[in-house]
Design a protein around this ligand. Structure first.
Ligand code: 13P
Ligand code: SF4
Length: 323
């Protein structure tokens, strides 16, 4: 504990000395989330992380999250230095959608408007007409559908089919998934609901359809936290990465949060409701990356300027729509 206190003090000092701001996701270690908030940075969902990073005047952003979040920050602010505690922190959705295969998929369906989820590489975003996050994907696809557009969607099949069902849009889906949310089990969730009939069920839309079907609220991490705060219920079953419980408990003290069931044992469960890549962000590597600012190779995110120039169009469309 003493070691952690020293590390946190070092991080606070270095952020100030280097004029850097910390932008964190709700799935990273709770201590990093708290540090981001108390030092004037932010902790939020992917949409708000993108907006906050773009609008903040700091020349250096340290993104505690996964690689696509760092890349989005860089694409929106090419003039800023974007650092991450561990550049190997990726995402199964990003890994499951290689840019060359994705380009071939798009080439085969030139009549479709290409909508990609934020959880993709810069090169995939460069090929898209729109980028969306979980908080706004439904609204954007509904808008495109109302204009008579046919959609090519990538990479998350669960989020894609949820949006497809809700909007009735014609959507051709890439077959990717999140290894964390894929582990939630509908049958077990149904049993847990029966044990806690008073509980409300909060589900991230990267979860399988039979889990989403049992939800009282489906939404992004920020939307799920807001629901936990605003709903009258005092018990919630939560189907998303359990890193979110840190903020939910702080934002809704006195309420009870139960993790939704996963496949359940470490032999079969690849992730057990916590993203292994989000978990690569820690106090030690955050402090180290801040210490290294100014030195070559300090875990800096680079995006090819031409790729960035193409990708920013898809991101800006979303941000303009959200504004
Ligand atoms: P949010 O945009 O809802 O925070 O989701 C990001 C993510 O990676 C979910 O797994
Ligand atoms: Fe990707 Fe899933 Fe991790 Fe989110 S939780 S970053 S979607 S692997």
């Amino acid at each position: 504990a003493a070691e952690k206190t020293v590390l946190k003090e070092r991080i606070r000092r270095l952020l100030k000395e280097r004029g850097a701001v910390l932008v964190a996701h709700y799935y990273v270690d709770g201590e990093l989330q708290d540090l981001a908030e108390e030092t004037g940075g932010c902790v939020s969902d992917s949409l708000e992380m993108a907006r906050f990073g773009r609008d903040h005047p700091a020349k250096t952003l340290v993104v505690a999250g996964v690689r696509f979040m760092g890349e989005t920050a860089k694409i929106l602010s090419p003039e800023k230095t974007i650092l991450m505690p561990d550049l190997d922190a990726t995402c199964s959705l990003d890994l499951g959608c290689p840019a060359d295969e994705f380009a071939a998929f798009c080439d085969a369906h030139p009549d479709r408007t290409v909508v990609v989820y934020a959880n993709t590489s810069a090169a995939v975003k460069a090929r898209a007409d729109w980028m969306v996050t979980s908080s706004i994907g439904l609204d954007i696809v509904a808008h495109l559908h109302a204009q008579g557009k046919k959609i090519l969607w990538a990479p998350d099949k669960h989020l894609g089919s949820y949006i497809q069902k809700k909007t009735g849009a014609d959507m051709l889906l890439w077959q990717g998934s999140c290894i964390v949310h894929d582990e939630f089990k509908g049958i077990e969730l149904d049993l847990l609901k029966a044990e806690h009939p008073e509980a409300r069920v909060l589900v991230h839309p990267e979860s399988p359809a039979n889990v989403v079907a049992l939800a009282d609220v489906v939404g992004s991490t920020t939307q799920l936290i807001n629901a936990a705060v605003s709903m009258a219920a005092t018990t919630f079953i939560v189907a998303t990465d359990n890193g979110i419980l840190h903020k939910m408990r702080a934002a809704a003290p006195g309420k009870r949060f139960i993790e939704a069931p996963t496949a359940g044992n470490s032999a079969t469960c690849k992730s057990c409701a916590h993203c292994p890549w989000m978990a690569m962000n820690g106090l030690q590597n955050l402090a180290d990356v801040l210490e290294g600012i100014g030195n070559a190779g300090a875990n800096e995110i680079h995006v090819d300027p031409e790729v960035g120039r193409l990708a920013v169009r898809a991101i800006d469309r979303m941000l303009d729509f959200a504004a």
